[in-house]
Design a protein around this ligand. Structure first.
Ligand code: ATP
Length: 259
């Protein structure tokens, strides 16, 4: 479904991503893990069209989509839940969802809205609340629902569990498993490597802008030699990295690169 071949992306003279290759097949959950600054966000933003790669190729469904603008990628079926959510905080929950649905034909939008109510009952309770007043967990669910309103073939998420209380981290990972069971294809950036590998079919490990390992979730979980790379430090008790207990208000207005 998605093929990334030799992608290189720079910020000025900084080579944030070097010659990265990966593929995602229909129906898979693929994880992208690695320490801070490894290039994970740069990679998915380059796929989503938020960044323009300096070299390499991105193909989606067999079509070369390298350098396509974000709205064109959305229409092609690739949606991104960006880091920090980037909700429209002055708009209500339902308004955020309707904005998510603008790429769909009018007749489909109501069906998609109904699906979101079923998937995220908590959002229905906050339907007319401004997104800026949601808790961190609710805001993350809204960010995911907004992306799902585009009815994507491939859903990419950047650090969906970041900053959430542990119980909400469980909600996010349960949701990832549920979306996959419903037939969605997922590419997920996570610093919480252990949790990601437990749910992923396959994963890629990035370090200093390069893909340094790949394998099934179980294979990589067994690679003790990689623990330092996963988190830039050793494994902690009961899991590693990425889980904070800051349940803050999520999101800032606008769309764009996560950094
Ligand atoms: P994190 O978990 O911290 O988001 P990451 O693996 O997603 O890490 P990136 O955000 O892709 O890593 O960053 C890769 C490299 O590019 C880092 O060295 C980072 O400092 C640099 N970088 C990221 N964004 C920019 C930017 N807008 N301008 C300059 N350098 C950047």
């Amino acid at each position: 479904m998605l093929e990334v071949d030799g992608l290189t992306t720079r910020y000025g003279s900084i080579n944030a991503l070097r010659n990265a290759s990966l593929d995602v097949r229909a129906g898979e959950i693929v994880g992208l893990i690695g320490p801070n600054g490894a290039g994970k966000t740069t990679l998915i933003n380059s796929i989503a069209g938020l960044l323009t790669p300096a070299a390499g190729r991105v193909a989606f469904g067999g079509t070369d989509v390298t350098g396509w603008a974000p709205d064109r990628m959305l229409r092609a079926g690739v949606a991104l839940v960006p880091e920090h959510r980037r909700l429209f905080t002055d708009l209500t929950v339902v308004e955020n969802l309707r904005i998510g649905g603008v790429t769909r034909p009018a007749g489909e939008r109501e069906r998609l809205l109904n699906e979101m109510v079923e998937l995220f009952p908590v959002l229905k309770e906050k339907w007319t609340t401004s997104a800026g007043y949601l808790s961190g967990g609710e805001a993350q669910q809204l960010a995911i629902a907004r992306a799902l309103m585009t009815d994507p073939e491939l859903l990419m998420m950047d650090e969906p569990s970041l900053g959430l209380a542990p119980i909400l981290v469980d909600v996010v990972f349960d949701l990832i498993a549920r979306l996959s069971a419903d037939g969605k294809t997922l590419l997920v950036v996570e610093q919480n490597a252990t949790r990601m590998l437990q749910v992923a079919d396959r994963a890629y490990v990035l370090r200093s802008g390069e893909v340094v390992a790949t394998g099934t979730g179980n294979e990589l979980l067994g690679r003790e030699d990689l623990f330092d790379t996963f988190v830039g430090g050793g494994p902690g008790p009961g899991g590693v990295g990425g889980v904070g207990d800051i349940d803050g208000i999520g999101g800032v207005g606008g769309v764009g690169s996560a950094h």
